[in-house]
Ligand binder design. Sequence first.
Ligand code: SF4
Length: 416
Amino acid sequence: MSNPASILGVYISIPFCRAKCSYCNFASGVFGSERMAAYIDMLTADIRAIPERADAWGAKLPEIADSLYFGGGTPSLLSPEQMRQIMQALQEVFSFTSSAEITLECAPGQLSEDLLQSIPGLRFNRVSLGVQSFVDQEAAAVGRLHTRGITLKEIERLRAAGMDDINVDLIAGLPHQTRESWNVSLAEAIATGVPHLSVYMLDVDEDSRLGREMIAGGTRYGVGMVPNEQTIAEMYTEACERFAAAGIAHYEISNFARAGHESRHNLKYWTLQPYVGFGLDAHSFLPTTDGRAIRVGTTDDLTMYLDPSRSCGELETITPVSTAEALEEAWFLGLRLTGGVSLRSMERRFGEAATPMFQSILFDCEQQGLLEREDDTVRLTPCGRLFSNDVFARFLGVLPEQETAANPLQEQGVGA
Ligand code: SF4
């Protein structure tokens, strides 16, 4: 069996949308076709330059990839020809396994017939639909352009084209949402029979229009109709219970899947396996040739990204992963997974001191009902999932920063 640390996940950022959703804090926007064409040119040039870039970073870049994820933004807005350009560049650099998971993010109603018909040739075998709500008033209030009818029709179209591996994203906490309307969305999502569902609790910040309006105490974007935190937490708990009753397993804080349909690509993030990202605000995590690891981030400034005179190096922020960070990340990323963190596995990877120094945190969290322990494994409780950010924050800063950086990619990811 191949070592998962030597197989790559590839992420492609397509930051274009037909309209900007009020809650969105991603580096995405509404731009004309000229900028999209220029972006594809820059993106494909960056893909072809990655072997050189990896050398410059001192990184080991696996050539074999078993996942590819087109996210954004709304990558389904690209034409088949633009997709082919990107795929061509990727295939010049990477070798995708025959069973590679290849995901396309779509907004319902924004997948052209041309692109849909090209999906098999482009090797896409998974689609993630940004539905957010099956209640039309809620979707419209945040600027989504689809209705329940459009979403259901889109799922039918995808299935008619042979695409069954579909994810539906939902958001708990949208303006106008109530416990009753949330249950309508949950029932609709379950009734579609899609094998993967994601539920995110609305988290607004000053990088979104909705967040800025809330901070300013304004009234636009349905700010006054956003459910309170307690209600959002109850909605999340209802989703967990209803999906479990429908046989859709909860495998990560925000993700639920029927057996065998877990997102291979996203599992790479949570289990510290290597990935490389291309395009605006994309991120990479790679082992280095001297046995360490680095993270690389690309600018989120589109004008800078499209500047023909820029070099790749100007766009990048390179951060060596310190031992302290690697260990902290292994804890809080592992705890995101329902499978939890194996203490023995942590000690194998980071040494015998890897767990004793966190014992008091584990003990406090267990006492407060946030974590539970079963034999060798520690995992979040249902209550801990609601307060996961508070739990994860406790794992930060426990260790002093050290000069020596570790390679957290030596074996299969924690919690996998
Ligand atoms: S479609 Fe997605 S990326 Fe685009 S604005 Fe809406 S939430 Fe943001």
